[in-house]
Design a protein around this ligand. Structure first.
Ligand code: UDP
Length: 256
């Protein structure tokens, strides 16, 4: 598999892409992405895989063309957000699965923003899935596979030293602003943004939005029918997984 990815990666890379950012070593392989160094210490290449996992890695599978869809969807969101003043790690797409990004020192906190109750919030608070929340919810989870990404609060963050108070305040402000902007972007595309997860990192003293924004990390419901168009189709064996990712890409690229 690693060899296959490597081969695909080499053939994927355009001459233009490799000229400035000579491909380097594999830095990290996660569940959905592989990160490579480049000749520039400030830049990395992120390769989007088709592998899918859920429930902290207990469910595994493949979603055909997921990497291609998620790279394009994320790029479109990052470009839109950058145009609205949100600093992100995105530089450019190098190929259909590869993204050139600024190197971040990842803050080990997953920031989840919720507009409608679903998933773990619906379970924790005993709310029927689909309940519109009277106020937007921001949650922090400690990024740790061994611990299963536990829910944490500002006190835990300070007690463990995951981020400074000032940084946590920035994460919250940035996450809420991303929520407003994405909802504005998605409304004419008839997609409801139920909830999503963001990751941030430090880059030369600034906090940038990192990771990806895709149906793997967001819940998107069709605004008219409520149909789920995200990774819940894989998590819950609903079928039509590939079609859902494709539909989100189609709507995200739609001129409105
Ligand atoms: N999420 C994610 N990665 C995680 C956990 C959650 O991207 O490791 C996203 C998920 O896709 C959803 C939101 O964060 O859009 C909230 O997820 P929730 O806590 O409800 O997780 P669940 O228990 O349903 O997986």
């Amino acid at each position: 598999m690693a060899d296959m990815v490597r081969t695909t990666k080499k053939t994927d890379m355009t001459a233009e892409a490799t000229k400035g950012e000579k491909e380097g070593e594999k830095l990290y392989e996660g569940k959905a992405k592989i990160v490579y160094t480049t000749s520039d210490p400030d830049l990395l290449v992120v390769y989007y895989k088709d592998d899918a996992t859920a429930f902290n890695g207990r469910k595994k599978g493949t979603i055909q063309e997921k990497g291609v869809r998620n790279a394009s969807i994320s790029a479109a969101f990052f470009e839109f957000l950058a145009g609205r003043g949100v600093e992100t790690h995105f530089v450019k797409l190098l190929s259909e699965r590869e993204m050139l990004v600024k190197r971040l020192e990842i803050i080990p906190i997953e920031v989840v923003v919720r507009n409608i109750a679903a998933g773990s919030l619906a379970r924790r608070l005993g709310l029927p899935e689909g309940t519109r929340l009277a106020h937007t919810v921001v949650e922090f989870y400690y990024k740790s596979d061994e611990l299963g990404d536990p829910l944490i609060n500002n006190y835990h963050i300070k007690a463990v030293g995951l981020a400074s108070e000032e940084e946590v305040a920035s994460l919250e402000v940035m996450a809420l602003s991303v929520n407003d902007l994405l909802r504005e972007f998605l409304a004419p595309r008839k997609l409801e943004l139920v909830d999503f997860k963001l990751e941030f990192g430090r880059h030369h003293g600034r906090i940038l939005l990192g990771d990806e924004i895709s149906p793997d990390t967001c819940r998107f419901w069709d605004a008219a029918t409520g149909e789920k168009l995200d990774k819940d189709r894989f998590r819950r064996d609903l079928g039509g997984v590939e079609e859902a990712y494709h539909e989100v890409l189609r709507r995200v690229l739609q001129k409105v």
